[in-house]
Design a protein around this ligand. Structure first.
Ligand code: KG4
Ligand code: ZN
Length: 358
């Protein structure tokens, strides 16, 4: 089964041709990093214009590299949300038009579910129940997945996403955009114990994340120690490298200890870590150590599949198409689309005001 995946939810225009949900025949990603770099973050209006410019050449290139034609594909999977509305609409409209013209099935995919399926390549098949940490510039959630297609959010961020914290701290230190890879590189030459930032914990005891307090603590440290931000691409000081390492250490500890706590409570058989921040080598290393201690396999996507791509959307879409799921031509972008589709008992109890026993 050959499926064309299309992804335009944020700042990457991507198309991929996937065979049987597990083999990448082609995967093309046109990144807009250079467009948004001067602004230190994604500018929605510029993003949708770029998608309009790139969608046709990117899909054409995906077919060319796969050495197949439109007639060879069995279905189309497209990201419908969450994301930026103008960006999502480009992919959704294009996919609907193409599915109609070719008279083939179309299915809408949740972007976060796509990230979970990014581990479908280059890893053994997922054993369920699974626990998945999806950590990117827009999301920081842990899902419990009792069986394919069933999702429960067991931890979420109360404020900023982890990737957003990397980006904001990098901006504050004059390091450029996106911040994650730059902070990771500088952290290798810094001391992670230099600044004892505390791991954010929730007053109500829930295993949720919070990264905005950490960002404030970094700002305070910079002000109090009069640490000079890097200017015009200059050489970062040791103080900046120590700060990068200390910040990264706290983010990684917060993510990995929460994963561990949930694993001890829910007994998953596979751990999954995906999303842009999953590129981070330190996060991978600490996660692997934790998983080894628990005796569980942990799957990461290869780095080019960690950030936004269309192969993961096609993989998630293939499962849906095989199950007979179809979207109609009234399919629309859904900016705030949620993935959670099951409510376990204790969640209902928690909502009813019961204290959550840990
Ligand atoms: O998944 P993604 O491409 O887009 C979203 O859906 O947000 O993730 C982008 C995010 C950015 O915030 C970027 O700083 C972060 O992933 N990121 C990293 C690394 N590489 C990318 N964060 C930490 N370490 C990295 N090596
Ligand atoms: Zn993403």
């Amino acid at each position: 089964m050959l499926v064309l995946g299309i992804e335009t939810s944020c700042d990457e225009t991507a198309a991929a041709v996937i065979r049987d949900g597990r083999a990448i025949v082609s995967s093309v990603i046109s990144s807009q990093i250079a467009v948004h770099k001067p602004f230190g973050g994604v500018v929605p209006e510029l993003a949708s214009r770029e998608h309009l410019d790139k969608i046709v050449p990117v899909v054409t290139e995906a077919f060319e590299r796969a050495q197949v034609t439109q007639k060879d594909i069995d279905g189309i999977a497209v990201t419908v949300g969450p994301g930026l509305v103008g960006s999502l609409l480009v992919g959704v409209s294009y996919a609907k038009a193409m599915a109609y013209a070719l008279d083939i099935p179309l299915v809408g995919v949740n972007h976060i579910e796509g990230h979970i399926y990014s581990v479908a390549f280059e890893n053994p098949p997922i054993e369920y129940p699974a626990e998945a940490l999806i950590v990117s510039g827009g999301h920081t959630n842990i899902f419990f997945i009792p069986e394919p297609g069933k999702y429960k959010v067991v931890a979420r961020t109360r404020d900023d996403a982890a990737g957003e914290a990397f980006d904001k701290v990098a901006k504050l230190l004059g390091l450029g955009y996106p911040g994650g890879p730059i902070i990771e590189r500088l952290a290798r030459e810094g001391n992670p114990k230099a600044i004892p930032f505390s791991i954010p914990r929730m007053g109500d005891g829930l295993p949720d994340f919070s990264f905005s307090g950490l960002k404030t603590a970094v700002t305070k440290h910079v002000r109090e120690t009069r640490l000079a931000p890097v200017e015009n691409g200059g050489e970062p000081s040791q103080g900046i490298k120590d700060l990068a390492a200390s910040f990264q250490h706290v983010v990684v500890e917060s993510l990995v200890r929460t994963m561990e706590r949930i694993a001890r409570e829910y007994y998953p058989r596979t751990l999954i870590v995906a999303g842009g921040v999953a590129c981070n080598g330190k996060l991978r290393e600490v996660c692997r150590e934790m998983a080894k201690e628990l005796g569980l396999p942990v799957y990461f996507p290869s780095p080019h599949l960690s950030t936004d791509n269309a192969a993961m959307i096609a993989a998630a879409g293939t499962v849906k198409l095989l199950a007979g799921e179809r979207s109609n031509l009234d399919l629309n972008a859904d900016v705030t689309l949620r993935l959670q589709n099951i409510d376990l008992e204790e969640e209902a109890a928690r909502r009813a005001g019961a204290r959550y026993r840990l």
